[in-house]
Design a protein around this ligand. Structure first.
Ligand code: NOJ
Length: 718
């Protein structure tokens, strides 16, 4: 059993079996009128009842009307803000700015805790490499290092220096594990992953999250190698708890225990619950324990039960709940402060990715007649998936734009709706375009199309939006495109028509202001893509860190065909044919991971190493000079990718191991340095050990995967 305090031990010694089972359940969104009775009956955790006053009443019932007076743990999905809605997590990843992500999480924690929330079901640290899966919006994208870095930052922001602080909430790393690799991108679907892939891809961000002190971990809905995660002893107990020493709470996902029946591994609810607790689940989200109390108690091991209870009570203790179960109702934050709005605006700006700016149409010049068109011109749907209904709403881009350019004639013609198959409004948009000096096309995927249970098989702009883009392009009037989305979209049918394109994601409460800041050049759109943008759905999954193949059509991440080493002889076309690619698709993605520029331009000096040869356990310093070659201050994101030249296991073509976002003044040079050692050069064996194999490693340094310079370091044989 996990070491526990005397208070927790004493409580467990006094508790009845029914009281223990009560602590092992969080009631999933109860009706308010039912919740008080559930708490009286001994339920240990509930979802947030939406105000400090209602939370205090729950606590009063728990403290005054239950035999042992144990306060309830109040949880909620605080995913990207509580009142001040920040950009969606995928957009936060695009900032490549973990310090900013930490600040956003700290803000969300302070707002949420002031209302009585103590426990959030965030961050989502699933690696997502299939944009058909709607939940890519909730995580940090396809890359292990970026996701792990952002996970650490978010947890640190939620927890602050102590969980007892009135500004802290307990973080949950979810969904454990490999939930981001469902077959066909269909939410909740099957996952089959090798030990190698689990260790080096899916488990790694969780390992980092646990090391960063995550208070809880949520089990995922999927199977891994046939075993549903809610009953997966090998991963929940052997890896998470025993190998990594996780001493927090393993919480189930909503009705995830009940779902073991349709999964086909449990006969009934009691069987499902018993299997889940035995596998290492501590708290069930939803129904079973109280419904099947007797049957469950007859089966479940009492030491395991006490261990689960100890974990829950210890979390309550760490949060200071036993000493202060109530919150100060007068101090509840119900609306964003100006400072909070400034912070989230900054994040929205920093997450925007400039995909292309061929004719330097951006930032917009002093055009006199400006048309705003597309469904996002007037829509206020900027908050994104998993934003709370009580979060501060966003304004529209049209209103914001008009107020910022009072000197211009700004016309607004939406042209098409997000989803409707109706192109009758396009003619009016075209007519307005012909009377304009510049057109700003505001298109995208509305929030409801990404998130949970929002998988899509067609990732083009929905409705008739592509027709609108083409119609505007045909007018010959210069135009720029802003895409709002919760996932990578397929833009290949029209992207070549558009000279300048920005991806603004779903930017939260301050999205409209941030988009206008970027359009007008008051701020730089200097985010980078946290996920590859495919050329076509048929190419998915396509991600940069793919394993090397024996017949590569992509090599070294440079996405050029190579025929060397394939060993086939004959005319060139024979050699080219037998490589890993599609006959009907250009090689490589539309935009690679890490892609994006800004209004400033940069050049990099040659990367330098403090040593060319190192022993295992040693590290080198890698540095590169970044010069701003433009006339405006801007941010570059320096990215370091490792290529393990020869390894015992086919390595990924490249793997991001370090990055830094750096601000450089016009004409100035900044030096950026990284430490490169075992963590960066090694990979994990099936048993979880990190191994660094001797040999040469190429370090590719640059501002994007497709613009890097190499430098070699050799790890010597011991
Ligand atoms: C189901 C989702 O999978 C999970 O991420 C979320 O935390 C729970 N519902 C609770 O809302």
């Amino acid at each position: 059993m996990t070491p526990v305090s005397a208070r927790v031990r004493g409580l467990i010694a006094e508790m009845t079996d029914a009281e223990k089972l009560g602590q092992l359940q969080i009631v999933f969104r109860p009706r308010l009128e039912d919740a008080a009775q559930l708490i009286r009956d001994g339920i240990g955790s509930v979802f947030w009842p939406r105000s400090a006053a209602a939370t205090n009443e729950f606590q009063r019932v728990a403290v005054e009307e239950t035999r042992l007076g144990i306060p309830v743990l109040v949880g909620l999905d605080v995913v990207h803000g509580q009142r001040t809605i920040a950009p969606v997590p995928l957009a936060q990843a695009a900032t490549f700015d973990p310090a900013l992500v930490e600040e956003l999480a700290a803000l969300a924690a302070a707002e949420a805790r002031s209302g009585g929330v103590k426990w959030t079901f965030s961050p989502m640290v699933d690696i997502s490499r299939d944009p058909r899966w709607g939940r890519v919006v909730e995580g940090f994208g396809e890359d292990v290092h970026l996701t792990s870095t952002m996970a650490r930052a978010m947890i640190s922001g939620y927890h602050g220096s102590s969980l007892r602080s009135p500004r802290a909430i307990a973080a949950t790393a979810k969904h454990f594990v490999a939930y981001g690799q469902p077959e066909g991108g269909r939410d909740y679907n099957t996952v089959d992953a090798s030990e190698h892939r689990l260790r080096n891809v899916h488990l790694e961000p969780f390992r980092v999250a646990v090391a960063a002190g995550a208070a809880s971990v949520m089990a995922s809905f999927n199977t891994v190698a046939g075993r549903p995660m809610h009953a997966n002893h090998g991963l929940l107990t052997a890896v998470l708890k025993h190998e990594w020493g996780f001493d927090g709470v393993v919480v189930g996902d909503a009705e995830g225990v009940r779902n073991l029946i349709p999964h086909g591994i449990a006969e009934d609810l009691a069987d499902a619950a018993a299997q889940a607790y035995e596998a290492g689940l501590d708290v069930e989200m939803g129904g079973a324990p109280s419904e099947v109390r007797e049957a469950l108690l007859a089966r479940v091991d009492r030491t395991r039960l006490d261990d689960a209870v100890a974990r829950v009570l210890t979390l309550k203790e760490r949060l200071g709940l036993f000493d202060q179960p109530y919150v100060d109702e007068a101090a509840e934050i119900t609306a964003p402060t100006d400072e909070a709005l400034r912070l989230t605006r900054r994040a929205a700006v920093r997450s925007a990715v400039l995909l292309k700016n061929d004719d330097a149409l951006l930032p917009l010049a002093d055009h006199r007649r400006i048309l705003l068109t597309g469904p996002y011109a007037t829509s206020t749907d900027h908050l994104g998936a998993w934003s709370q209904p009580f979060g501060a709403p966003a304004g529209s881009i049209a209103d914001e734009f008009a107020s910022r350019r009072p000197d211009a004639e700004v016309s607004v013609v939406a042209g098409v709706d997000f989803l409707e198959d109706d192109d009758t409004g396009i003619a009016a948009a075209v007519e307005a375009a012909r009377d304009s000096d510049i057109v700003v096309l505001l298109v995208g995927e509305p929030s409801a199309l990404s998130g949970e249970a929002a998988s899509r098989s067609d990732l083009r702009l929905p409705g008739r939006q592509e027709d609108l883009v083409r119609a505007i392009a045909r007018t010959g009037v210069p135009f720029v495109v802003v895409i709002e989305t919760g996932r990578p979209l397929i833009v290949s049918d029209w992207i070549d028509l558009a000279p300048s394109v920005i991806v603004a994601w779903h930017g939260g409460t301050e999205a409209a202001g941030a988009i206008v800041d970027v359009l007008l050049g008051d701020a730089d759109p200097s985010g980078r893509l946290p996920m590859t943008w495919p050329r076509s759905v048929g190419q998915i999954p396509v991600y940069y860190a793919h394993e090397r193949t024996g017949r590569p059509a992509t090599t070294g991440g440079t996405l050029t065909t190579t025929t060397e080493d394939i060993g086939l002889h004959g005319p060139d076309n024979v050699q080219e044919k037998y490589t890993s690619k599609y006959l009907d698709l250009e090689l490589g993605p539309q935009f690679p991971f890490g892609h994006g520029s800004g209004y400033a331009t940069f050049s990099h000096g040659s990367p330098r190493l403090s040593a060319r040869r190192i022993a295992r356990d040693e590290s080198v310093t890698l540095s590169v000079d970044v010069t701003n070659t433009s006339t405006r201050t801007g941010d570059d994101v320096v990215q370091v990718y490792v290529e393990d030249v020869v390894a015992s296991i086919a390595p990924p073509v490249r793997r991001l191991v370090a990055f830094e976002r750096v601000t450089v003044e016009a004409g100035a040079t900044e030096r950026v340095s990284f430490r490169i050692g075992d963590e960066q050069l090694g990979f994990r064996l099936a048993d979880g050990r990190l191994v660094v194999e001797p040999g040469t490693f190429m370090l590719h340094v640059g501002s994007s995967l497709d613009r890097t310079q190499p430098v070699a370091v050799t790890v010597e044989r011991a």
